[in-house]
Each structure stands twice: as structure tokens, then as C-alpha cells.
Design a protein around this ligand. Structure first.
Ligand code: C2E
Ligand code: CA
Ligand code: CA
Length: 278
């Protein structure tokens, strides 16, 4: 109740079991996440990103998967917030980066050059030594740094603007490509956007998925592409679920598409097969 009261406008809250974020399940998961990393129970799935114009794969996004021994599949939307609350996100992000970039290096060895997009959480922006850890890793694995895309949600960039600007500028200067994830959901101002060292924006899937039935969503996608291009940014549309959406995006000049229509996030073995046949 205290936690909810502190974040509400009127500073009042009554305890209710239905909104208790510390349910038995969540408490159990919080405890087990750390061991899941150590016991290698987490996996990465990769979702291809496709160049809209020439329909070739240009990169992949690494997405976390947790197959719990008893509870089955736990969606990242459920355990990432827990990792953020408990501070485990620090170790988790480093694990993801290490795993994904090792994969990237393996692809490079085979002559496949793919950009690797990795999700950063708002909490990561407050860590010391993050950029140094990233640099050590790309140097050790000999990965051209421009192949590493760091996705930060629009809301994470808005949370502590000064800090976000400082950390992202540092990463940008080191050569990493910064991408704004879930764009359109975080109320950022154009003035702030212009200041950020961002190279790419990802239009939130909610707009793209409804584009063919909702006129407003189509308008939002269209305007976002225009605006981004005017600012010199690349645009990725996520949540592309059918041919019609892909065609519409091409007509609107969108650069890159990602979504179930092209491929779901898949284990690395399936990705290799997909790369060979696509
Ligand atoms: P996100 O970064 O927006 O990731 C895209 C999500 O959209 C993924 O869900 C993906 O499976 C889903 N998606 C992709 N194409 C389509 C489509 O055509 N239709 C629909 N309906 N959905 C599509 P997923 O894998 O469940 O991940 C959910 C969220 O969890 C991610 O959203 C991201 O915020 C977070 N997450 C996942 N992995 C990581 C990670 O390694 N680190 C951090 N910090 N967050 C992560
Ligand atoms: Ca993402
Ligand atoms: Ca997203």
C-alpha cells in the first residue's frame, strides 16, 4: 500500500490483495530469477528484421525466454519488471548482451553480417560501468560496434532525461546505435527527441497492428515515418502481421519491418534454417 500511495497523486492507498504486486507467484519468481541465470535456464529468441525495400534480412532482435522447470513458460513482460524491481536486471542485461554478441560473432565467422538489437531497461541507464562493459565485450569478440543496436523505450528515456541523455551520448560516441523502442507511447517532445543521440526509432506494434482497420493508427504511422526521416532517423515498424501491412509500410517509405508475418522470435537453430531458406 505504501508503494502505491507514494506513486499516486493523492498519496493514499488501501491494501488490496488483487493489486498486490508481491503475490506468491511473483515472490517465488523473484527469488528464482537469479538462479535461472546461473543455471542457464534462460534462452534468447531472435526475431529477424527485414529491409522493406529489397526484402532482405538486415538484423535480429534478441528477446529473452524463460522456461521454468515447474511453472512452464514465463513471459518476459512478467519477469523483466521483477528483475527491474530486485536489481537482477543488471546481471540479466549483461547476460543477454554476452549471449547475443557471442552469437553475432559466430555469424560473422560464417560470413553473415547481421545487426544485433538488444533491449536495455530504464534501470540499466543508472548503472555505473555499463558502457565500459559493452566496450570490453565488443573488443573481446571483435564485433564492429556499429552492428550493435541498443533499444531503449521512449518512456525510459523520459524518466530521467538528463541521465538518459548523458549515458546515451556516451554509448553513441563509442559507436553503438541507439534506437527508441515503443515509439509513440511515451509522450516525448520533439525538442527532447532532437537532443537525443538516436539513429533509429521503432514504431510501437500497437499502431502497426491496427493500421489496416484504424485510420488514426495509419495516420500516426505515416506521420511518424515522415517526421523520423525529416530528422534523419531510420524507421523500424514492429508488429507487422500480414502482407497488406508490409505493402502499406513500403508505400509510406518505412525502412525496416519486424513481425509475425516475416518471422516470430525463434531459437537460434531455427533462425539459421530460416536464414538459409529465406
Ligand atoms: P519489445 O522490445 O517491444 O519486443 C517486441 C515484442 O513484440 C516481443 O514480445 C515480440 O515477440 C512481439 N512481437 C513481435 N512481432 C509481433 C507481431 O507481429 N505481433 C505481435 N502481436 N507481437 C509481436 P516478447 O518477446 O514477449 O517481449 C515483450 C517485451 O519484453 C519486449 O517488448 C521487451 O520490452 C521485454 N524484453 C524482452 N527481452 C528483453 C531483454 O533482454 N531485456 C529487456 N530489458 N527487456 C526485454
Ligand atoms: Ca525491443
Ligand atoms: Ca517495442
Amino acid at each position: 500500500a505504501l508503494e502505491i500511495a507514494q506513486s499516486s497523486n493523492d498519496q493514499h492507498a488501501l491494501y488490496s490483495a488483487s493489486i498486490d504486486p508481491y503475490s506468491e507467484r511473483r515472490l517465488a519468481l523473484m527469488g528464482e530469477l537469479r538462479t535461472a541465470i546461473e543455471k542457464d535456464l534462460l534462452k534468447l529468441a531472435y526475431q529477424p528484421q527485414v529491409d522493406v525495400l529489397n526484402e532482405t534480412v538486415c538484423g535480429v532482435e534478441a528477446l529473452l525466454r524463460w522456461q521454468h522447470e515447474e511453472m512452464g513458460f514465463i513471459p518476459p513482460d512478467e519477469f523483466i519488471p521483477l528483475a527491474e524491481q530486485t536489481g537482477v536486471i543488471r546481471a540479466l542485461t549483461r547476460w543477454v548482451l554476452e549471449k547475443a554478441l557471442t552469437q553475432c560473432a559466430y555469424f560473422l565467422e560464417k560470413g553473415i553480417e547481421l545487426k544485433m538489437s538488444i533491449n536495455l531497461s530504464a534501470r540499466n541507464l543508472h548503472e555505473d560501468g555499463l558502457a565500459e562493459f559493452f566496450m570490453d565485450l565488443v573488443n573481446r569478440l571483435k564485433i564492429p560496434v556499429h552492428l550493435v543496436v541498443l533499444e531503449v523505450t521512449e518512456s525510459a528515456m523520459m524518466e530521467d532525461q538528463e541521465r538518459a541523455l548523458e549515458v546515451l551520448t556516451d554509448l553513441d560516441e563509442k559507436g553503438f546505435k541507439i534506437s527508441i523502442d515503443d515509439f509513440g507511447t511515451g509522450y516525448s517532445s520533439l525538442a527532447y527527441l532532437k537532443k537525443l543521440p538516436v539513429k533509429e526509432i521503432k514504431i510501437d506494434r500497437s499502431f502497426v497492428m491496427e493500421m489496416s482497420t484504424q485510420k488514426d493508427d495509419l495516420m500516426i504511422v505515416h506521420t511518424t515515418i515522415e517526421m523520423a526521416h525529416n530528422l534523419g532517423l531510420e524507421v523500424v515498424a514492429e508488429g507487422v502481421e500480414d502482407q497488406e501491412s508490409l505493402d502499406t509500410l513500403r508505400d509510406m517509405g518505412c525502412d525496416v519491418a519486424q513481425g509475425y508475418f516475416l518471422s516470430r522470435p525463434v531459437p537460434v537453430s531455427d533462425l539459421e534454417a530460416w536464414l538459409e531458406t529465406s
